[in-house]
Design a protein around this ligand. Structure first.
Ligand code: IPM
Ligand code: MN
Length: 362
């Protein structure tokens, strides 16, 4: 089994190093190969997603990804910006199914900006379609308007679109995921305004008939944004399009106290996957050794479960993370009175120690 390790920019290198450390103590038989991506790849090869990195990713069974981006690349032409690396990987590898769990760990209930009773025990799974929608729809660009409110003015446009097969396959992913959980799916759309999302709603409803044991409801995205902060525990599996999923998953992440805790998986039809923390490259704290590596470590656990068929190893990592939280260890983003603040490396070491201890005991 081969893992492509793509640390990227900012805190990416620091947090991925901790996840690699954790993977290495599991005594499993896999090969890891590292390549630059994002701004780091632009510096080294003049492109955020060089051929060599893309080929490594294509050949690997799974990709462990850190984060990309830095303000210093904001002036580059869009195709050369670090963000294009992640969009390119999603597109070239067909990673259409994005799993973004939002779990509120018991010890972090008070780290949320919402009242503890609203988030205690929260465990929702946002399933975001990742290769369609307005992110990839063509045509897009700039031109001179020939109609609209200001004919003759300069304008920009993107295209929102979804095909039936694209909606069907992500709907199947959501219903199957729900079968392993509480058997409830909420499909989020904007069917009251957008043709694309009326179609989305119709197709999800049709697919839902194949899963009579799963309860399906539909919600407009504006209401979903409101419900997420009003009564987040009413959700279980949420399935939605690329752009709404981008926005709602950040919102859901904050319910849990820190985006520094949340892993994600992006899978294609072959179960090949890219695993990355839900947060970004945080250039403001890069190189200081203070970033929270737990989202990346938990992403490595998802990788073991979804792409590498090692569910026990995944369990070991997840229970080690719970143990270090129970020990009171916290990085700056989740630190509160009465807990012990540690840096990136110490947090990684603590997870490693928790894993090795369990191994000896068992
Ligand atoms: C995410 C990010 C990306 C997205 C950016 C970096 C392209 O915000 O993974 O949520 O918008 O999908
Ligand atoms: Mn995002």
């Amino acid at each position: 089994m081969k893992i492509a390790v793509l640390p990227g920019d900012g805190i990416g290198t620091e947090i991925v190093a901790e996840a690699v450390k954790v993977l290495n103590v599991l005594d499993l038989d896999f090969e890891m190969e590292t390549a630059p991506v994002g701004g780091a790849a632009y510096e080294a090869h003049g492109h955020p997603l060089p051929e060599s990195t893309l080929n490594l990713a294509k050949q690997a069974d799974a990709i462990l990804f850190g984060a990309v981006g830095d303000w210093k690349y904001d002036k580059l032409d869009r195709p050369l910006r670090p963000e294009q690396a992640i969009l390119g990987l999603r597109k070239h590898l067909g990673l259409f199914a994005n799993f973004r769990p939002a779990i509120c760990y018991e010890q972090l209930t008070h780290a949320s900006s919402l009242k503890p009773e609203l988030v205690a025990g929260l465990d929702i799974l946002i399933i975001r379609e990742l290769t369609g929608d307005i992110y990839f729809g063509q045509p897009r660009g700039r031109r001179t308007a020939t109609d609209g409110h200001f004919p003759g003015a300069e304008e920009a446009f993107d295209t929102m679109r979804y095909s039936r097969p694209e909606i069907e396959r992500i709907a199947h992913v959501a219903f199957q995921a729900a079968r392993k959980r509480s058997k409830r799916v909420t499909s989020v759309d904007k069917a009251n305004v957008l043709e694309t999302f009326q179609f989305w709603k119709d197709v999800v409803t049709e697919v839902g008939r194949e899963y009579p044991d799963v309860e399906l409801d539909h919600m407009y995205v504006d209401n979903a944004a409101m419900q997420l902060v009003k009564a987040p525990k009413r959700f279980d599996v949420v399935v939605t399009g690329n752009m709404f999923g981008d926005i709602l998953s950040d919102e859901a992440a904050m319910l849990t106290g820190s985006i520094g805790m949340l892993p994600s998986a992006s899978l294609n039809a072959q179960n090949q996957g890219l695993y990355e923390p839900s947060h970004g490259s945080a250039p403001d704290i890069a190189g200081q050794g203070v970033a929270n590596p737990l989202a990346t470590i938990l992403s490595a656990a998802m990788m073991l479960r979804f792409s590498l068929d090692q569910p026990e190893a995944a369990d070991r990592i997840e229970s080690a993370v719970r143990q270090v939280l129970a020990q009171g260890l916290r990085t700056a983003d989740i630190h509160s009175e009465g807990t012990t603040q540690v840096g990136t490396r110490d947090m990684g070491d603590a997870v490693v120690a928790a894993i090795t201890k369990t191994t000896i005991k068992s």
